[in-house]
Ligand binder design. Structure first.
Ligand code: FES
Length: 161
């Protein structure tokens, strides 16, 4: 008897109720999608590039005669045997693969098609059409090295420390 009373108060789950709920859900999804698409259409289509300047590390982090690849920035930090620094791009001038330092051969070698560069970035072997560019490198008053990939410098530019 108590069960009958409960069923009288409860909303019956009818076919009409089901179709109304289904229709309401579909309209809600369509409206949400429309708002998202409109927002994406109205927002600027900008390609955000990382900043060209980065902190490369402390002078003490680089022993003399070392070639260190900063993978994130795709730049080699080279400290010559004489102690000075320069920064060489690790992006191959052929098709843009990231080159590696081969210490046993003493060359920067591209794994994609075999181009080779010396540690100054000079082209030794193609198919790369030109040498690796060098970037501006500076030292702040806390012995931190800073590289600016937006400023290409000549091979005569070195940072004496
Ligand atoms: S991308 Fe480096 S040799 Fe082709």
């Amino acid at each position: 008897m108590a069960d009958d009373k409960l069923n009288d108060d409860a909303q019956p789950f009818t076919r009409r109720y089901f179709l109304e709920a289904l229709g309401g859900g579909a309209i809600g999804i369509a409206a949400t999608g429309g708002v998202i698409l409109t927002a994406r259409f109205l927002s600027p289509n900008v390609l955000r590039e990382p900043p060209s300047k980065f902190r490369a590390g402390n002078v003490e982090d680089f022993p003399t005669g070392s070639v260190t690849l900063n993978k994130e920035q795709k730049v080699f930090l080279v400290r010559a045997n004489e102690g000075y620094f320069y920064a060489v791009s690790a992006v191959c001038t052929h098709l843009g693969c990231i080159a590696n330092w081969k210490s046993e051969e003493g060359v920067i070698a591209c794994p994609c098609h075999g181009s080779k560069f010396n540690k100054e970035g000079k082209l030794l072997e193609g198919p790369a059409p030109r040498s690796l560019p060098r970037f501006s490198i500076t030292l702040d008053d806390r012995s931190q090295l800073h590289v600016d990939k937006g400023v290409v410098v000549g091979e005569e530019v070195i940072l004496k420390v």
